[in-house]
Design a protein around this ligand. Structure first.
Ligand code: GSH
Length: 337
């Protein structure tokens, strides 16, 4: 399965597909919209609200890129993708950026013709079980059937962990997200394994009685999730990378959607550079000098996006944890601008 996926990626590159879009920034400016690959609907990260408007931490990443490149965070085209479809969509040029809870791995960054542009959520793989199963630790799931989605890093991580811990399990691997969730809800598997954020989202937004389910304490891997672009397009890589850095840096500097206008008068050299009052950062990337200002004004800083989409202000209620600023014991450390 793994070999097939990578062979398919190599084939797409051989066909010249990944080189056909070497200047994505010009493409985006020409089409007037940023096309973002997201999930098919995974609350907190990328899912339509009751009015059909796509919301989430990953949608905000997409909106930030649109604000930076086009001056308008609403100029996005959402392309829902299963885990299996996502890299082909990026390689072939169907999307401009993949903003879809995708784990950064060495293989993905090298062999697939794609490359990550940062980390917007530090996660780890975990387990969701019905309370009726009566287990309190992952070590007790010996003999269980385990649901997971095709084309995710979760398949291999599960296999590695089970081997190392001498746990036997029966995998139930399904491509479509809704189908795998339905299989779990219907009891066709005992355990659901994916990123812990995914489990929190499934529990709250997909299961009829969330209180009947529990996330086990073990986190069995590192899942640094972030946006990806095609290899060989450094200008665009920089745009996406620094759009994320601007959100993280804005939080560090205390800039919010509500107060950013006041800060245009700031004497701080860092703030003046970030907001384009001192010109340079925009020109360096082929963008308007207000690129970061537009992100902060229209999307907000990283902490604002985190809180409203997945944090304590959301139904998911995920703690900042590793995603706190480095000054607060987390890993969010904005690169100097
Ligand atoms: N981070 C892992 C897993 C990401 C993933 O695709 N998770 C599933 C299960 S929560 C998902 O988001 N599915 C949503 C969909 O296919 O629409 C990876 O990059 O492989």
């Amino acid at each position: 399965m793994r070999g097939f996926k990578y062979a398919a990626g190599a084939l797409a590159m051989l066909a010249g597909l990944s080189w056909a879009h070497a200047d994505t920034l010009s493409t985006v400016k020409g089409q007037g919209v940023v096309r973002c690959g997201v999930t098919t609907g995974f609350a907190g990260f990328s899912a339509p609200d009751d009015k059909g408007v796509w919301k989430g931490l990953d949608v905000d990443m997409c909106r930030a890129v649109a604000a930076a490149t086009l001056g308008d965070a609403s100029k996005i085209k959402i392309v829902p993708l299963s885990a299996q479809q996502r890299f082909t969509a990026l390689q072939s040029g169907e999307i401009d950026v993949l903003t879809r809870n995708t784990t950064v791995t060495q293989t993905r960054d090298t062999a697939l013709g794609v490359i990550h542009a940062g980390v917007n959520f530090y996660d780890g793989q975990g387990f969701l079980v019905p309370k009726s199963l009566g287990v309190t630790s992952a070590k007790q799931i010996n003999g269980a059937t385990v649901c997971m989605q095709t084309g995710t890093s979760n398949e291999n991580t599960m296999a590695d962990w089970a081997r190392a811990n001498e746990v036997k399990y029966q995998p139930v691997v399904i491509e479509q997200f809704n189908e795998v969730v339905n299989a779990f809800a219907a009891g066709r598997c005992d355990v659901f394994t994916t990123d812990a954020s995914g489990l929190a989202s499934i529990r709250i937004s997909k299961l009829t009685n969330p209180d009947d389910y529990v996330i086990l304490p073990e986190i069995i891997s590192k899942e640094p999730l972030g946006p990806f672009v095609r290899q060989g397009d450094d200008t665009w890589l920089n745009v996406v990378k620094w759009s994320l850095q601007a959100m993280i840096g804005a939080e560090e500097l205390g800039l919010t959607a509500a107060n950013v206008d006041e800060h245009l008068l700031s004497a701080s050299p860092n703030i003046r550079r970030m907001l384009g009052v001192t010109p340079g950062t925009g020109k360096n990337m082929g963008l308007d000098e207000k690129w970061a200002y537009n992100i902060i004004k229209q999307v907000g800083n990283y902490g604002e996006s985190f809180e409203r989409n997945v944090g304590m202000g959301s139904s998911l209620q995920i703690q900042r944890g590793l995603n706190a600023q480095w000054t607060q014991g987390g890993l969010m450390y904005a690169l100097p601008m």
